[in-house]
Structures are given as structure tokens and as C-alpha cells.
Design a protein around this ligand. Structure first.
Ligand code: ZN
Length: 377
């Protein structure tokens, strides 16, 4: 059994240990030690990374009670090594993880919701509650959670004796086999958990609840703490200040101004579409029998189909409508089906054409100049 140094002290960055075993595996080498500060993936938290001597440890996992350090290169069995964990990464996890305990504990106390899922990614945490919460409720949870940070409350972890455990009201995400380790945040929460946490809530720095999504009758909440929350704030501040400068609006009014702009844009788009329709109608009206194909700006396939169809109905024969520029045009061509099939075959063989169709209508794109297309028609 490997002695779990991270359980006694979550702040050990460097330690010496003896190599018990080293086996090649699919991912490199699986190394076991007599003791370790590397936390293996568990309780929703990713496994630690770091180095053993100068060999890279890219993951740590626990399987059937055995802690495996996954390395790029082998280590000598029996050797004494120095392990160093990537503590910046781990500390970020500890901040996020402890923040999650506070949020889940408060949400449980205030609204009776249970945490039924937790994932601690490289820079974001998501937690799942079994019931939905409103934004107002989340705001309240967030405010209270941060007040727990400002109070700088102690966080302790311990293995209680059975009687003590039976008399303790604690949260638990799943049935735990083996000894139950409790993580207690003073006056806030007690939860069964195997991972390392910060020793006082002040170290979390800041707790920010972000996006939510509905999940099987409950809610999934994204959460950032500490340095992750600060990075997020900096990014968002940069964005909102650019947006407000572009809009010449105060930051707090930016959303309202964008909403008005969007409404204006929708109106303008409608007007443009109506104008496009009028231009197409006028172009068709002045087209005579000799107009085999028409070129109209800014038309999509549906517009082109409509124009080609109208031209065909007015003058008969094969009629085409094109929209584009340079040597690239979208098109729709209308005619009696048999005649059109023959025409299209030739069109495809003489110009670079992609597309097809049926029932007297062909559409697609062609790589050719306006002159060449006209010449062909
Ligand atoms: Zn935990």
C-alpha cells in the first residue's frame, strides 16, 4: 500500500520515496511508490502531473487501491526518488474543488438540492444539482459562498470513527466503500471526499458561478474560483470594454444597445429583401424573348429559382438566372424537363459546373465569366 502524503498535507510539493514497481503499459510506464504526494484522479478531480527525478509524470490514477504514476520513461525498482508535483495546477484544482463544496453545501442548506455530479476540468468546474435553481437563487448562493471565503474559515479533513460518522450529518455524492473521509468547512458544510482541498476558505479568493444548462430535471452549473475566476474576469472585462467602445455606450447599457441594434438590423434586412424582390421583378419585366439568362446581385438559390421560373413561363425555352461575381456564380436554370436535361449535360461538359436538379429546374454553381456564360446561352 502506498502512503498517501496528500491526505495528511495537501501542500506537499516535493517528497522522497522508494520505487516499488515499474511496468510498461499502453500509456508509457506505470510506477508505484511506497509513498506519494501525487493525488490520483478521484472525487471528480483530475490526477496530478509533475516529475519523478527528471522523468515526466503525465497522470496519476488509482485502481483497486493501487496508485499508479504514469511516466514517459522507466524507473529502477528499489531506487530512492524525488517526486515534484505541478503545484500551480494542483492548487487551482484545490481552490475550485473547495469552492464547489461551499456552493453545494449552501445550495443544499438553502434549497434542499443535492449535488449529483461533479467534474473538475483543467480550468472549469461543472456541478450538477438534482433540481433546477433560478438565477436569483444562484445569485444568493454565490453571494453567501463568497462571504464564506471572506470569513477565511478553516477546512479540515478526517476519518471519523463509526459512531461519530453515524451521528454526523454529511453530504455524499455516492455510496462509498471503505473508510469515509469527511471534509469539513466550518459552519458551512461537511461532505465525504477523497481529494485535497485548501486549508482555509480565504485561499479560494473568489467564487463565480457562470453558465447553467438544464440536465435531466436538474441543472448543471459552471463555476470558476481563484486564478481561474480572475482570468475569466479579465477576459470578459476586455471584451465588454471593447464592445462598449464600439457601441459608444456605457458597459452596463451595452446589452440594451445591442438589442436595439439587432431590432434595427432585422428591419433593414426586411427592407433589403423587399428591394431585392422589386429589382428582380423589374429585371424580369424588361427582359425580352432574347434574354436567355439574367444576372442579378445578391440572390440566393431560392430567388434565382423564382426568377428563372418566371422567365421561362413568360418566354418559354431554357432560361437561367445567375448571381455572383468574377468567375463564380450561383445559378438556377428552368425549362421543359427533356430539353433542360440535354442542355444541362452540355452546360456541364463545356463549363466547370457543380449542381443538378429535376422536374424542369437545375441549380448549382459555375466557375466562368459572365461573358462566357452569356456566350454559352
Ligand atoms: Zn472535495
Amino acid at each position: 500500500m502506498t502512503e498517501k502524503l496528500y491526505e495528511k498535507d495537501a501542500y506537499i510539493k516535493e517528497f522522497t520515496a522508494r520505487v516499488l514497481d515499474c511496468k510498461p503499459c499502453e500509456r508509457g510506464f506505470a510506477v508505484t511508490l511506497d509513498k506519494t504526494a501525487f493525488f490520483p484522479e478521484g472525487g471528480g478531480q483530475a490526477g496530478d502531473k509533475g516529475i519523478i527525478d527528471d522523468i515526466n509524470v503525465f497522470d496519476t490514477r488509482i485502481e483497486n487501491g493501487v496508485i499508479y504514476h504514469y511516466t514517459d520513461k522507466p524507473l529502477n525498482v528499489g531506487a530512492t526518488i524525488t517526486g515534484k508535483i505541478d503545484f500551480d495546477r494542483r492548487f487551482g484544482f484545490m481552490q475550485n474543488h473547495t469552492g464547489e463544496h461551499i456552493v453545494s453545501g449552501i445550495a443544499h442548506k438553502l434549497y434542499g438540492v443535492n449535488n449529483v455530479g461533479f467534474h473538475l476540468g483543467e480550468d472549469i468546474v461543472t456541478l450538477d444539482f438534482d433540481r433546477e435553481l433560478t438565477r436569483e437563487q444562484l445569485d444568493e448562493i454565490e453571494r453567501l459562498a463568497n462571504s464564506k471565503v471572506w470569513q477565511n474559515l478553516p477546512v479540515t479533513a478526517y476519518y471519523p470513527i463509526d459512531e461519530e460518522l453515524n451521528n454526523t450529518d454529511y453530504r455524499s455524492k455516492k455510496e462509498i466503500d471503505g473508510a469515509v473521509r469527511l471534509v469539513e468547512i466550518k459552519d458551512t458544510d461537511i461532505c465525504a471526499c477523497c481529494a485535497p482541498h485548501v486549508k482555509s476558505t480565504g485561499e479560494i479568493g473568489l467564487i463565480k458561478l457562470l453558465d447553467t444548462e438544464r440536465m435531466r430535471g436538474g441543472i448543471r452549473i459552471a463555476l470558476k474560483c481563484g486564478a481561474f475566476a480572475l482570468d475569466d474576469y479579465q477576459l470578459k472585462y476586455k471584451n465588454i470594454s471593447q464592445i462598449s467602445a464600439l457601441l459608444s455606450a456605457k458597459q452596463e447599457n451595452a446589452a440594451e444597445v445591442v438589442k436595439k441594434l439587432d431590432e434595427k438590423y432585422t428591419l433593414e434586412k426586411q427592407k433589403t429583401n423587399e428591394l431585392k424582390k422589386k429589382i428582380a421583378e423589374l429585371t424580369i419585366a424588361v427582359a425580352d424573348e432574347n434574354t436567355r439568362c439574367l444576372f442579378i446581385d445578391d440572390c440566393d438559390v431560392k430567388d434565382l429559382q423564382l426568377i428563372a421560373d418566371k422567365l421561362h413561363k413568360k418566354h418559354g425555352g431554357i432560361r437561367g438566372a445567375f448571381s455572383g461575381s468574377g468567375e463564380s456564380f450561383a445559378f438556377a436554370i428552368c425549362g421543359e424537363d427533356n430539353e433542360l436535361q440535354q442542355f444541362f449535360k452540355k452546360f456541364k461538359s463545356e463549363l466547370t459546373v457543380r449542381g443538378g436538379g429535376r422536374g424542369g429546374m437545375m441549380q448549382g454553381t459555375v466557375i466562368a465569366t459572365k461573358e462566357n456564360i452569356k456566350l454559352f446561352f
